[in-house]
Design a protein around this ligand. Structure first.
Ligand code: PMP
Length: 438
């Protein structure tokens, strides 16, 4: 009997024993193409020799040193490389062990910033419905996913949720994409007025929405309007790039494509590419300086912040990404998108194919014309997960009811080292699975 506390107590998952490029191999020798990089994690595949060598070399020198006493060479070098490639204004990096920790640190840093500058009433967070920002209590409260939140609601900080920017589902036929984006962005202004701007600390959003809706990019102008509203009221913009960052959408940071920058930005997943658990929170000089000129101490911390081995792995990853690999994501993503459209664009149960770079979503519907979703009781996403997995494709079908909105989608986030031939393999496996389910 296993003593591991599994994700699903009734599941009996295969045992992963080896990695080979884009493939995970189980104990029976079956090979799975990692079509979602776990959850948009394994951007370099599973056997990158340079990252493995960097980890070995760091462990040989020193595996861990506590940041209460020391900094480390890999942490310093990684922070420098991240900041030199980050959107304008981001100046400092705080390393943590994953995405939820990065978001948690972001919320606490935002609050402490306002205390340092004497705007002590500011504590309210506004985020969006159908969003996910992590599973620790602060990050969970920020996310707009009723099902995830409900059991823990009495333990949560109060957060407001406005509409997401989800063109396929929510744009009215009477408005252009741009008008739609402005309308939903303006909900932020209305919510700030309702709460009183002096009480609002931050707006939180994922530039390209990952797990909750399946690689949904914003419409043009949406984030510029959001930025404008935040600036008009002195509110911090926290961008969650835990899933969509680190080259996934074709630029190192997803927000670059929307022409905005964040006050605080969270990354994780692709930052360590799965070789080590690591996340990071990047913040502006304005925020860092307020702490430095004030208390001089960010009242937060975990044992493993700035973990040298995790930073060494991540440095090797980032050197590859900035050394040319991230530049290949956009063209490869365009090929992938074209192949998906060619294969499934006319499928009666495919409502939408979308995304950026190697971050692609397929929305599954019962009726293409009306966009009617399947009844969640049918468990379409579960059937898709089973069928794709049996076909040897690990991808990320999600669905059911999220924040009252029904729907199913498949999230694809393959490794950046995927070849054109492997695009064909993914398409063939998806075809098999869709044929099996429908
Ligand atoms: N934010 C987003 C957008 C995510 O997709 C996730 C993980 N799926 C998180 C935060 C939380 O990250 P982690 O699971 O590493 O805590």
């Amino acid at each position: 009997m296993s003593h591991v506390f599994p994700r699903h107590t009734k599941a009996n998952p295969p045992v992963a024993v080896a990695g080979d490029g884009c493939y995970v191999i189980d104990s029976n020798g079956k090979r799975y193409f990692d079509g979602s990089g776990g959850a948009a994690v394994s951007c370099l595949g599973h056997s990158d020799p340079d990252v493995i060598a960097a980890i070995k070399s760091q462990v040989d020198q020193i595996a861990f040193a506590h940041t209460g006493f020391f900094t480390s060479e890999p942490a310093e070098e990684l922070a420098e490389l991240l900041i030199s490639n980050a959107p304008e204004g981001l100046a400092r990096v705080y390393f943590v062990s994953g995405g939820s920790e990065a978001m948690e640190a972001a919320l606490k840093l935002a609050r402490q910033y306002f205390l340092e500058v004497g705007e002590t009433k500011r504590h309210r967070v506004i985020a969006r419905r159908q969003s996910y920002h992590g599973n620790t209590l602060g990050a969970l409260a920020t996310g707009g996913n009723a099902w995830r939140r409900e059991p823990f609601a009495p333990m949560m900080i109060e957060t407001s949720h406005i509409s997401p920017c989800y063109e396929y589902r929510d744009r009215r036929s009477s408005e252009t994409a741009f008008e739609y984006g402005q309308r939903v962005a303006n909900e932020l202004e209305a919510e700030i007025q309702r709460l009183g701007p002096e009480n609002v600390m931050a707006f939180v959003a994922e530039p390209v929405v990952g797990a909750t809706s399946g690689a949904v990019p914003p419409v043009e102008g949406y984030f510029k309007r959001i930025r404008e509203i935040c600036d008009a009221h002195g509110i911090l913009l926290i961008l969650d790039e835990v899933m969509c960052g680190m080259g996934r959408t074709g630029t190192l940071f997803a927000c670059e494509q929307d022409g905005v920058t964040a006050d605080i930005l969270a990354v994780a997943k692709g930052l360590g590419a799965g070789y080590q658990p690591i996340g990071a929170m990047l913040c502006s000089a304005k925020i860092y300086d307020a702490i430095e000129n004030g208390s001089g101490f960010f009242q937060h911390g975990h044992t493993y912040i700035g973990h040298p081995t995790a930073c060494a792995a991540s440095l090797a990853v980032l050197q590859k990404l900035t050394g040319g690999l991230a530049d290949q994501v956009m063209p490869l993503g365009n090929l992938f998108d074209a192949a998906l459209r060619n294969a499934f664009g006319q499928h009666p149960n495919v409502g939408d194919i979308r995304g950026r770079g190697l971050f692609r979503g397929i929305e599954i519907v019962e009726d293409r014309d009306t966009k009617a979703p399947f009844d969640p009781k049918q468990g379409i996403h579960k059937a898709l997960k089973k069928a794709t997995f049996e076909a040897g494709l690990a991808c990320y079908p999600m669905g059911g009811t999220i924040d009252g909105v029904k729907g199913d989608h498949i999230l694809l986030a393959p490794p950046f080292i995927m070849t054109e031939a492997q695009i064909g393999e993914v398409i063939d496996k998806l075809k098999l699975a869709l044929r099996e389910v429908f």
